[in-house]
Each structure stands twice: as structure tokens, then as C-alpha cells.
Design a protein around this ligand. Structure first.
Ligand SMILES: *[C@@H]1O[C@H](CO)[C@@H](O)[C@H](O)[C@H]1NC(C)=O
Ligand SMILES: *[C@@H]1O[C@H](CO)[C@@H](O)[C@H](O)[C@H]1NC(C)=O
Ligand SMILES: *[C@@H]1O[C@H](CO)[C@@H](O)[C@H](O)[C@H]1NC(C)=O
Ligand SMILES: *[C@@H]1O[C@H](CO)[C@@H](O)[C@H](O)[C@H]1NC(C)=O
Ligand SMILES: *[C@@H]1O[C@H](CO)[C@@H](O)[C@H](O)[C@H]1NC(C)=O
Length: 506
């Protein structure tokens, strides 16, 4: 396959750099974890999956897939980029976009960890799923000094109207944002008080860890993820501000500058672009990165929800033109990739969208697994992620049947999930290691230089990006866990304030 030959070529190219890295020893330990020893980092780190993968396997119908998954029960496990921590990766149980969710995703072996990138009033970047979700994901309404700054302050419910509020990262400064508690996402539409408004969390999640989780600045996230053993990768998502926050913000801050600032945060910290998978739903962001930061842009993840506005077949028809414009990775929700395989709606097969994406030469990263409640309920609730196939699913053992279609039949290269263990177990069992950092850019260079050997406009990395090309393009994708080249201090916001790292090794 194209992917494996590209991988061989890339590793040959990188040999001189890779040999300079410290030796990382991985060995299976007894039990369900493997040990990752890193001479220049923490001495060891064990991936831990907990009981959920085993619970799902036990509930599977007997057959070869169940046997295969059972055969992996004692590991060994490796960090894998096929498992992408959605909003951190512990989001099923931990407040999203927080230090604690990232730590949970890292512990469950996610090779790529997400930060959705929003901006504050003082134009600093922070991790938050939506620019305007602070009223449901933080305790801001319980902080009168900050609550009064909300775009729409809290309004209690009455006989005819629901409770209302809209609090945006752009309403407050970075320092103020850092003083908030991250909470489980939810709200009580009947609330008469801000205190009552804090509830309304979906019942399949939990408040067990809803104990003032630590919010993250983008810089804090980069340092945190970089500090995890296992050489994790980053997937920052640029948001499109809602209509209540018109761009350019304050008349000066444009979407283009915001897109630039997000990439520059990684460049400033010397992060190898091969470790960064920038995402956006907004096509101009992706095209801007392709143009201004080609090394980052080549592996940008184009998030596609256009099927929600029109229909999924129409979305599929647009895929070849995206590829032609330089997009290499398409990222739809899982429901776009799955379809009924028979007239009775009892079986599931890859959808036309899935086959069209493959035919167009696009790699697929899908979202988001373990974001729904038990599969017993998804038909009754018309759950979004299963709405194309919900008549065919009714018990949790089918979660791995669905991963089997996504991974083994369609061949996706990565999957966002709210509980990284479920996807990590499957990926390890089948040897899936995730998208290959650096390979998309290598391929685009190779194809454009062969297309126009005599052309003078050979693509070059932007000056900023080319600074980082001397860094080793290390991949987690060949199944090897490699130590970070530099270990930077963790800058978690431990006192509630986002902080720059105290010292950086230049
Ligand atoms: C899976 O769980 C469902 C309940 O959700 C149960 O009805 C079914 O028997 C279980 N299947 C197996 C194989 O354990
Ligand atoms: C209910 O609240 C809405 C919105 O805050 C307001 O416009 C409306 O007048 C209120 N109705 C009553 C009966 O108080
Ligand atoms: C939602 O708010 C209403 C009105 O304040 C309150 O009676 C109710 O208990 C709240 N529900 C929850 C689950 O907190
Ligand atoms: C999907 O959308 C396209 C474009 O608007 C339209 O031509 C087509 O009929 C639609 N298909 C379905 C099944 O609704
Ligand atoms: C199967 O699903 C399709 C699409 O949701 C629906 O139109 C059709 O009626 C379903 N067939 C049966 C037998 O339920």
C-alpha cells in the first residue's frame, strides 16, 4: 500500500536523526500494561486501559473478531496515534479540555491529544471546545465578577422561557480564564439560579471527577502534552467564532491572524510540525495553512460536517475537489462512514462517503467514539453518531464491530474518542499506529517536484516552518515509542493561572 511504502521511505530519510535519539526500551510487563522506559524523561510510564475494553469484548457475539480481541487481553500496549484523545481523551468522565482530561487520555495511551483553540479578550489562545461555552463548561456563572462580563448574562427560567446565558472566552482575559474551574459540560434549562444552572450533565457521563478541573492555555497544553512520556502528538482545532463574536474581533483580530497565531504557538515552542495535526471545519483556515505553513498544512485535518446541512451523498461528491485543492486528510463524524448493508437494516457496511473518500485518495480521521451513551439507547434517542445505522445497533459489544468496519474495512488512520482506552485497545490488537507525521508533506513535495521538475516555483516551507525542519521528524506511527528530544517543564495551570513554562531549554 501507498502508506507503508511512504513510511519506509520516510524512516530511511530520518535515520541520521533517529539514531541520535535516546534509546527507548519497551517491554511487556506482566498484566495488562507495558512499560515505557525513557532515560531522559520520567523513568517509566504504564499505559492503563481499565475494564471498559474487556466489558465490551465480553458483550460481543462469538466469532473471529471476538476471538482476535480476546487474544490481545494481556497486551503489550503501546502509545498509538490511531487513538486520538477527543477534548483530551478522558472526556467521558473528566471535564473536557482540562489538564485532567489530557492526563486521562495520555494514561490510556492516546498518541494524539486534542485542544480546541479559542481566543480570550486579550487575544491569548486557550483550550475550549467552543468560543462561547464557558457557561456550560466552567463555573463562570458562579463568579459574579466574571459572570457580569458574559455576552449574555444569566437570565432565570420563567413560565415561558428557558434559562439563558452565553459566556465566551473572548469576554475575559487569559488570567481570568485561568482562574475558572473546568466542569462537566451541561446546563439545567429550568434553572432559576446560576447554582441550579450548573447541572444537566448527560447521565452516562459522571460527576465523579467534577471537582474544579484545571483549564489550559494553548501554551500550557503544548507543554503538558510534550511532557507526557511516549512522544505524543498534538491536534489543535481552530474554532469558528459564533455570530455573537463577529470577526474581526474588536475590528482588528481576523480569522486569518487567529489561524496564524495557532500554528505560531507550536513554532515558538520548537515543536516538530510532523507532530502537529491542525484541524478546522472552516475551509479557508485549511487552505491558509497549506499556503502559509505548508509543512503543517499538508497534514491539516479538514473537518467535514457539510452532510448535516445538505446530505451525506452531497458531501461525498465534494471530496475529489478537496483533494485537488491539497487536502490530504478528511475528517467526518462516524455516522457519515457507516450505512446499512441490507434492506432490513440489520447489517452495517462502509458508506458511499467512505468509499468516495478512499477513491479520492484522502486519508480519514473520524470522530467521536464513546461520546454517546450505551448502544442500547442510541436508536431511541436518535443519537447523532449512530443516526445512519441505529436500527442495526442495540448492545455495547457492537462497539468493536463498528471499530472493525472503520479500521479493518474502511481503513481510517485515526479516531477521536472520549475514552481513549476503547480505541487504543483495538488499535494495539490490530497493530494500527496512526497517521504518519511528516509523510503527507514528503509526498506533496515528491509529487510537485516530479510534476514540475523544471519549475522555478518549487514549494518551500515557510521561513518559520523551515526553522524546524532540522528537528527529527519522529513518528509514533511505526509502532515505536520515542522519547521527546527535549523535556520541557510542564506548565500546567496548577495555581489556576495559565503560565508560561518557567524555563525553556532554548
Ligand atoms: C450484551 O448485552 C446485552 C444487554 O445490553 C445483552 O442482552 C446481551 O445478551 C449481551 N450479549 C452477550 C454476548 O453477552
Ligand atoms: C420570561 O423571560 C423572558 C426572557 O428573559 C422574558 O422576555 C419574558 O418577559 C419573561 N416572561 C415572564 C412571564 O416573566
Ligand atoms: C433545575 O432547576 C430547577 C429550578 O431551579 C430546579 O428545581 C431543579 O432541581 C434543577 N434540576 C437539577 C437536576 O438540578
Ligand atoms: C442530496 O443533495 C443533492 C444536492 O443538493 C441533491 O441533488 C440530492 O437529491 C440529495 N439526495 C438526497 C438523497 O436527498
Ligand atoms: C431502513 O432505513 C432506511 C433509512 O433510514 C429507511 O428509509 C427504511 O425504511 C428502513 N427499512 C426498514 C425495513 O426499516
Amino acid at each position: 500500500m501507498v502508506r507503508s511504502s511512504a513510511r519506509v521511505a520516510l524512516s530511511a530519510l530520518l535515520l541520521p536523526f533517529v539514531s541520535a535519539l535516546p534509546v527507548v526500551e519497551r517491554q511487556a510487563s506482566s498484566g495488562h500494561t507495558s512499560l515505557i522506559k525513557q532515560p531522559d524523561g520520567p523513568t517509566e510510564f504504564q499505559i492503563s486501559y481499565g475494564p471498559r475494553p474487556f466489558y465490551i469484548i465480553n458483550n460481543m457475539t462469538d466469532g473471529p473478531l471476538k476471538q482476535k480481541l480476546q487474544s490481545c487481553e494481556n497486551g503489550p500496549w503501546s502509545v498509538t496515534g490511531w487513538s486520538i484523545g477527543h477534548r483530551g481523551g478522558g472526556t467521558l468522565q473528566f471535564p473536557e479540555e482540562s489538564v485532567q482530561s489530557e492526563e486521562a487520555g495520555a494514561r490510556m495511551g492516546a498518541g494524539i491529544l486534542e485542544c480546541d483553540v479559542a481566543f480570550t479578550n486579550d487575544l491569548k489562545l486557550v483550550c475550549r471546545h467552543s468560543l462561547c461555552d464557558l457557561h456550560t463548561t466552567t463555573d463562570i456563572l458562579l463568579r459574579p465578577d466574571l459572570a457580569k462580563k458574559c455576552t449574555v448574562p444569566f437570565t432565570p427560567a420563567n413560565a415561558t422561557a428557558s434559562a439563558d446565558a452565553l459566556c465566551c472566552t473572548s469576554d475575559i482575559t487569559l488570567a481570568e480564564f485561568g482562574s475558572l474551574c473546568s466542569k462537566m459540560d451541561g446546563f439545567n434549562a429550568s434553572a432559576k439560579t446560576p447554582q441550579d444552572y450548573q447541572t444537566g450533565i448527560p447521565s452516562f457521563r459522571t460527576q465523579l471527577y467534577d471537582t474544579c478541573a484545571t483549564p489550559l492555555s494553548l501554551d500550557g497544553y503544548i507543554d503538558l502534552v510534550n511532557s507526557f512520556p511516549g512522544y505524543r502528538n498534538f491536534t489543535p482545532e481552530l474554532k469558528t467564532p459564533p455570530s455573537q463574536v463577529p470577526m474581526p474581533f474588536k475590528g482588528v483580530y481576523t480569522q486569518e491572524q487567529y489561524a496564524r497565531d495557532m500554528i505560531n504557538a507550536f513554532i515558538k515552542k520548537g515543536i516538530d510540525p510532523a507532530r502537529v495535526w491542525p484541524q478546522s471545519f472552516n475551509p479557508p483556515d485549511v487552505f491558509q495553512w497549506l499556503k502559509e505553513f505548508p509543512v503543517f498544512g499538508a497534514q491539516a485535518v479538514y473537518l467535514d460536517e457539510s452532510g448535516d446541512y445538505n446530505n451525506i451523498s452531497a458531501a461525498a461528491a465534494l471530496l475529489p475537489s478537496l483533494k485537488a485543492q491539497g487536502v490530504n486528510i478528511i475528517s467526518p463524524p462516524i455516522n457519515y462512514l457507516l450505512a446499512y448493508g441490507d434492506a432490513e437494516n440489520k447489517t452495517i457496511v462502509p458508506s458511499v462517503y467512505a468509499t468516495s473518500a478512499k477513491a479520492a485518495g484522502l486519508d480519514i480521521i473520524a470522530w467521536s467514539f464513546d461520546r454517546s451513551g450505551p448502544l442500547t439507547r442510541v436508536e431511541a434517542t436518535d443519537d447523532y453518531y449512530y443516526n445512519t445505522i441505529n436500527q442495526a445497533v442495540s448492545y455495547d459489544g457492537q462497539l468493536y464491530e463498528i471499530l472493525n468496519i472503520l479500521g479493518n474495512e474502511i481503513g481510517i488512520v485515526g479516531l477521536f474518542s472520549d475514552w481513549s482506552a476503547t480505541v487504543g485497545y483495538f488499535a494495539n490488537c490490530f497493530g494500527y499506529t496512526g497517521p504518519v507525521g511528516g509523510s503527507y508533506y514528503q509526498r506533496s513535495m515528491a509529487s510537485s517536484s516530479s510534476k514540475a521538475a523544471s519549475s522555478t516555483s518549487k514549494p518551500t516551507a515557510s521561513s518559520a516552518a523551515s526553522k524546524t525542519t532540522a528537528a527529527p521528524v519522529t513518528q509514533i506511527s511505526d509502532g515505536q515509542v520515542q522519547a521527546p528530544k527535549t523535556s520541557k517543564p510542564v506548565s500546567q495551570i496548577s495555581d489556576g493561572q495559565p503560565q508560561a513554562p518557567k524555563s525553556t531549554s532554548a
